[in-house]
Design a protein around this ligand. Structure first.
Ligand code: ATP
Ligand code: MG
Length: 590
């Protein structure tokens, strides 16, 4: 996997420590992981944590990581999601090589295992209703009780299970359950359902099946089928680990009895040919990622999209990977974030500011600098010759000469940022005011000589003079100015639309809604501001969609991947401001 990102230098997380031990003790001679999204939504930043962990482990141990689309639920899944998942994993910089799998490819295999379990007396068809099953299950304190169908003969079970498969029974009429222990202290082990009837069209298998396996049954079998060694999931599957183990151990026990395979000897050969049924996989749980100021539940994200609270899955305010991409986040910044948050065994919430810090760090090093004015204020330089144009060569990056430079034209009429002028500037305001001199970035010193207002008293134009001796933005006589402003030449500027994004929610934890409210009640009405009057330097005119850059003094931006047209309508998204609130938080924490 030579094209994968380099491993970061750091202490090992608990999963890597377990793997080290396994390799040392010879439990496995190889490392194989998988990333198993269910294609029922777009990937979000929490998935990025899981992707970085699983693919990162494969990279660090010269192992393999599969992409498995866990499509065992026919109803909610869609190929649109499959395509977006693949695009996002690739964009993050990871490669599953030729190992893209679908759990639905294993339907026949799951079915064969289910029949084997029936033959072993380890599974039975139950006709109790869903409500009855729940009632019979008992509680955390009280044991459950056996279903009256629990002791059916193997022959009867096989017959009904086959009828289920062949479509002779209605949805919900019966289920196949594992026969484990209705008094187990772990409720998951009280004869869990492993197959249900669902007459539904599946996005890949069509109408071939009308019974579908449950997650707990299918997942561990998929892992073993693929030769996975370490099956990493999030903490909420803690209790399910026992069932993961039971299914695989039961199968491996069955493999020892050839008589169980008399009808289907190829199946035993098949199982024996797979390394995953010799040294079987085990499950490990880590803490899922939570971030302040957003939601990371697919159900909620779908709701945001479907109800139109955002402009689609890739709305730059969304915590989806495609949302971050459109916002201007780089794969490097997201991987850096995932490395920094680490892998822990207990849940916690990460400050959103850390994510922003990571993108800022990355773009600080790599983003070219340009000049752009968000809220333009006209400035006429009275002593600058009419028709003259100065061309300034400006470096694209202040510290990295290798990035080169561009030419920025200057002329008699320019625009500066409205915020950079105050008629009555307070003490610490070092920018432009009446009678004050400031530097125009890389150009000249100018002094404000007059302020022109409209009938409402609003400032509409400034008059300035410039000092021709300060060309390039420094003075030979050593005279200092306190402020440096960005600017664009009126004649040469390009109009642009700039979209400023803020947190989608007004509170740190929109999941914890007050009574009578939902997370939707906390949507930030100011999460998106569109500025349509912006003026930018001409070098941006042909910028390709998706390009990252910095508007000096303003923030990091990127050309929008949907609406920006090189040579046409320019649309830029603000990725992050220049203010690093994470640095502040760290300072406060000491
Ligand atoms: P669902 O609610 O639909 O089950 P899910 O968030 O579990 O959604 P999956 O598609 O099943 O989504 O997730 C794929 C993988 O990503 C799983 O291994 C899951 O544990 C992991 N994952 C999902 N959310 C997070 C998160 N917030 N942090 C870390 N890993 C996550
Ligand atoms: Mg899941």
């Amino acid at each position: 996997m030579s094209n994968q990102p380099e491993a970061p230098e750091k202490g090992k997380d608990f999963i890597r420590q377990i793997i080290d031990k396994h390799l040392e003790e010879g439990a496995y001679d190889r490392v194989h992981t998988r990333f198993p999204p269910e294609p029922n939504g777009y990937l979000h930043i929490g998935h990025a944590k899981s992707i970085c962990l699983n693919f990162g482990i494969a990279r660090d141990y010269q192992g393999k990581c599969n992409l498995r689309l866990d499509d065992t639920n026919p109803v909610k899944e869609d190929t649109e999601y499959v395509d977006s998942i693949k695009e996002d994993v690739k964009w993050l910089g990871f490669d599953w090589e030729d190992r893209q799998f679908f759990a639905s490819d294993y339907y026949q295999f799951f079915y064969d295992v289910a029949e084997l379990f029936i033959r072993m007396g380890k599974a039975y068809v139950d006709h109790l209703s869903a409500d009855e099953i729940r009632e019979y299950r008992g509680t955390l304190k009280a044991p459950g009780k056996n279903s009256p169908y629990r002791d059916r003969s193997v022959g009867e079970n096989l017959e009904i299970f086959r009828a289920m498969r062949d479509g002779g029974l209605k949805d919900g009429e019966c289920v196949l359950r594992a026969k484990i222990d209705m008094a187990a202290s772990n409720v998951v082990l009280r004869d869990p359902t492993i197959y249900r009837i669902k007459h539904a069209h599946h996005h890949r298998t069509g109408d071939a099946w009308c019974i579908y396996p449950m997650y707990d049954f299918a997942h561990c079998l998929s892992d073993a089928h693929e030769g996975v060694t370490h099956s990493i999931c999030t903490l909420e599957f803690d209790n399910n680990r026992a069932l993961y183990d039971w299914v695989l151990d039961t199968l491996m026990q069955g493999m020892k009895d050839e008589s169980l395979f008399s009808e289907n000897p190829e199946f035993l050969e098949f199982l024996k040919s797979k390394p995953g049924f010799a040294a079987r996989p085990h499950q490990y749980e880590f803490a899922r990622l939570n971030i302040t100021g957003t939601v990371l539940s697919k159900r909620k994200l779908i709701q945001l999209v479907q109800e139109g609270h955002v402009d689609g899955w890739d709305d730059p305010r969304m915590p989806t990977i495609c949302g971050f991409r459109r916002r201007g986040y780089t794969p490097e910044s997201i991987r850096d974030f995932c490395d920094r948050i680490g892998v822990a065994k207990s849940d916690s919430t990460v400050e959103h500011a850390l994510l922003e810090h990571c993108v800022r760090q990355d773009l600080n090093d790599r983003a070219p600098r340009y000049l752009g004015v968000m809220n333009p204020l006209k400035v006429v330089i009275e002593n600058y010759p009419e028709g003259q144009v100065d061309e300034f060569e400006m470096p694209l990056h202040p510290e990295d000469e290798s990035m080169g430079s561009r030419i920025v034209p200057f002329s008699k009429v320019i625009y500066i940022e409205r915020d950079d002028f105050m008629e009555e500037p307070p003490k610490k305001f070092f920018r432009l005011g009446p009678g004050r001199e400031v530097r125009l970035r890389f150009a000249y010193y100018v002094t404000c000589t007059d302020v022109i207002k409209d009938e409402n008293g609003e400032v509409v134009e400034l008059r300035c003079t410039y000092d021709p001796e300060t060309r390039g933005g420094w003075s030979k006589d050593g005279r200092k100015v306190k402020g440096t402003l960005h600017w664009v030449s009126a004649k040469h500027a390009e109009p642009a639309e700039v979209r400023l994004y803020n947190h989608l929610f007004t509170v740190d934890n929109p999941n914890a809604a007050e009574e009578g409210k939902t997370f939707l009640d906390y949507i930030n009405p100011e999460s998106k501001t569109v500025l349509t009057q912006c003026l930018v330097e001409p070098a941006l005119k042909d910028m390709k969609p998706g390009t990252n850059f910095q508007f000096e003094r303003t923030g990091y931006f990127c050309a929008d991947s949907r609406d920006h047209v090189p040579g046409g309508k320019l649309v830029f998204n603000r990725t992050a401001t220049l203010r690093d609130s994470w640095a502040k938080i760290q300072k406060q924490m000491g």
